[in-house]
Ligand binder design. Structure first.
Ligand SMILES: Nc1ncnc2c1ncn2[C@@H]1O[C@H](COP(=O)(O)OP(=O)(O)O)[C@@H](O)[C@H]1O
Ligand SMILES: [Mg+2]
Length: 295
């Protein structure tokens, strides 16, 4: 549905986006994730024809350029702050775009907006505005939906209903590109991860593969950590001691369990460490460096 190929974006003389390529097939939910300032918003704006860029962007096989937005007729988007008219009610804002009333009513009820949909948008909280923005992006059965940090300002309940809605639309064939600077927000909903850092894609893979690679460190707690450290040292198993636990590598976890058992030391906890950008990016850049050194 969306094909982005060899995109460079300059702001002034600075190259903000560097040779970015990826695709979003129909029905896919692609997460564009990375730290603040990585270039997520810029990529989304570029796809929507809002920046000057080099490269190719195709939406449903039609080319998007800065001056040609025809390809975007069937695209819903929420970028940065939702474009909402403050002196209209939520419903009036939706009616400006809605081609099908039933569809609109369904959306507002799924997003649980009924209690405030008839009040003026200027009184809405950040979360209420965000939901309205998401509803506008999903109107009229779009083929492609681009959501920039859609979970910003949403409480847990709203986050869950937005996730459900996204999954439901994807099942009907809508393609999604969703950004977040919080990895865990999208982990439950995306099926492909595009990880971006400093304007460059450093990972583009299925979520299953990504989770396998990014969960390479485990947290270990035993009944006697200093004793466990001696055992690991003797077996030349690498670890990093923390205040009240040890960090070990995934490839060693079975050996560690065996060694602890042999030494009659009880294991209290062994869990994959929460993946965070910093760890993942550092690991990947280290690996890249290792590869280059080997050549
Ligand atoms: N209008 C602008 N003028 C100058 N620099 C910009 C502008 N917009 C974005 N940038 C820079 O481009 C980089 C990427 O920004 P952005 O796409 O907003 O990142 P993200 O959405 O991932 O947080 C940042 O370093 C930011 O400072
Ligand atoms: Mg952004």
């Amino acid at each position: 549905m969306l094909k982005v190929k060899d995109i460079d974006v300059f702001i002034g003389h600075k190259k903000i986006i560097k040779d970015v390529s990826f695709q979003v097939p129909a029905g896919a939910i692609v997460g564009l994730v990375g730290p603040n300032g990585a270039g997520k918003t810029t990529i989304m704006k570029t796809i929507l024809g809002l920046t000057k860029f080099k490269g190719n962007i195709l939406v449903a096989n039609q080319t998007v350029t800065e001056n040609n937005h025809l390809a975007l007729a069937n695209v819903g988007a929420l970028i940065e702050h939702p474009a909402i008219y403050p002196f209209l009610t939520g419903l009036q804002n939706l009616e400006l775009y809605a081609r099908d009333k039933g569809d609109m009513v369904q959306l507002t009820s799924t997003l649980e907006m009924d209690s405030y949909i008839n009040t003026k948008a200027k009184g809405y909280s950040l979360g209420m505005k965000q939901k309205l923005g998401i509803a506008i992006a999903l109107l009229n059965q779009p083929q492609l939906v681009i959501l920039d940090e859609p979970m910003n300002g949403l409480d847990i309940e709203a986050t869950i209903s937005v996730r459900k809605l996204i999954k439901h639309y994807a099942e009907q064939g809508t393609a999604f590109l969703i950004s977040s600077h919080v990895l865990s927000e999208l982990q439950k909903v995306m099926n492909q991860v595009v990880l971006i850092n400093a304007g460059k894609i450093i990972i583009n893979q299925s979520t299953a593969e990504f989770n396998r690679v990014s969960r390479q460190n485990y947290k270990v707690i035993t009944e006697d950590n200093p004793c466990a450290m001696q055992i690991l040292q003797k077996q030349k198993i690498s670890f990093t001691p923390k205040d009240d636990y040890l960090v070990v590598r995934q490839k060693d976890i079975f050996t560690i369990q065996d060694e602890l058992f042999k030494n009659r030391l009880h294991l209290q906890e062994m869990l994959p460490l929460e993946a965070n950008f910093e760890n993942i990016i550092v690991n990947i850049l280290d690996r890249e460096r290792g590869k280059n050194d080997a050549h």
